[in-house]
Write a protein of this length. Structure first.
Ligand code: CUA
Length: 348
């Protein structure tokens, strides 16, 4: 529970319903995506209902109109109608392709994270959601976000498959052990919204719930400042980097036995045996837990695996640290206080 704040709408506050979704079946629309998800959903429901009713009605009418009237009556042989066949093929074709194109657009809007989105780490485990903000603030089974700003969740699981689901935002994504999944949203109205795990994950799956608290940006900042000061993920990652002795090989200079990491994030590296890979969260994670999978060209396969030695949260922190090792290039999501382009200090 965050510290109570006068401006924060309490959980008991009457939900403000969107005009278009007064149906109690539907959660309110509280993100920039909710409207377009609902629009295509209602459209598909309407089309389905229309044709369902049309066909059911015609079945009833026809079965009355063309019913057998005497025992020896034989039906007339019908040899079809090209015009009718074309009509009921072409019209549904365009309706279905329209749904496909529209759905594809909404899908891409939902999955393409806008540049400059604020990053928040989420780790699912049986049976809770652990969250860490870029400033270091942590929370469990709650997620505080500012409104009006794209938020990107980088999500991993410590055990089994979970699914992060915020109905009021119309977003849901699986949280998968062994890899990262992301989702994004832009909250549009302050309030407290349900958070569910939407993938059966064991005995207390149904208790793996919480709330998402969307706040005015100033309130969010105040909430962040009100938490006890914690290391930023990048700072925690830097400490791990030293304590796990990563720094011995990734010393940041040309003589290092491992690749220098400063400025590497988001760029391509050449791999041994040809090919290239963009250094992203997924590649960094793989390189920590399975270093031999994609070796950077010119470096021997010396690195041991850290599988089992670092938790999912620590992996995220290590990655946040590597991300923070930026060159002079403008870094959108630089965590405050994160080390800036500092080559790892020599330590022998
Ligand atoms: Cu976690 Cu269901």
């Amino acid at each position: 529970m965050g510290p109570p704040r006068a401006t924060e709408p309490g959980p008991g506050a009457e939900p403000r319903l969107e005009m278009s979704t007064n149906l109690p079946l539907f959660p309110q629309q509280a993100s920039s995506q909710a409207g377009q998800v609902d629009a295509i959903y209602f459209f598909m429901v309407a089309v389905t209902a229309f044709f369902g009713l049309l066909i059911a009605t015609l079945i009833v009418i026809f079965s009355v109109k063309y019913r057998r009237r005497s025992d020896d009556e034989v039906g007339v042989a019908i040899h079809g109608s090209l015009a009718l066949e074309l009509l009921w093929t072409i019209i549904p074709f365009f309706i279905a392709m329209g749904m496909f194109a529209w759905g594809a657009k909404v899908f891409f809007d939902l999955y393409r994270v806008p540049a400059g989105a604020m990053e928040i780490f989420v780790v699912g485990k049986q049976w809770m959601w652990k969250v860490q903000h870029a400033s270091g603030q942590r929370e469990i089974n709650e997620l505080h976000v500012p409104i009006g700003r794209p938020v990107k969740l980088i999500m991993g699981s410590e055990d089994v498959l979970h699914s992060y689901y915020i109905p009021a935002f119309r977003v849901k994504a699986d949280v998968i052990p062994g890899r990262y999944n992301t989702m994004w949203f832009k909250a549009t109205r302050p309030g407290t919204y349900h958070l569910f795990c939407a993938e059966y994950c064991g005995t207390k799956h149904s208790g793996m719930i919480g709330s998402v608290i969307a706040m005015e940006p100033a309130d969010y900042q105040a909430w962040l400042d009100g938490g006890k000061s914690e290391d930023t993920p990048a700072a925690a990652g830097e400490r791990l980097f030293t304590s796990l002795a990563c720094i011995t090989c990734h010393s940041g200079d040309a003589s290092g036995r491992g690749p220098a990491l400063a400025g590497i994030y988001g760029h391509e590296v050449e791999l041994q045996g040809g090919g290239k890979v963009v250094v992203d969260d997924a590649y960094l994670r793989e390189s920590i837990v399975n270093p031999q999978a994609k070796l950077v060209n010119g470096f021997p396969p010396l690195m041991p695996t850290f599988q089992g030695m670092v938790s999912e949260e620590q992996l995220l922190q290590l990655i946040a640290y590597v991300k923070s090792l930026k060159g002079p290039a403008p870094g959108g999501a630089q965590p405050p206080g994160g080390p800036q382009s500092a080559p790892a200090p020599e330590k022998k």
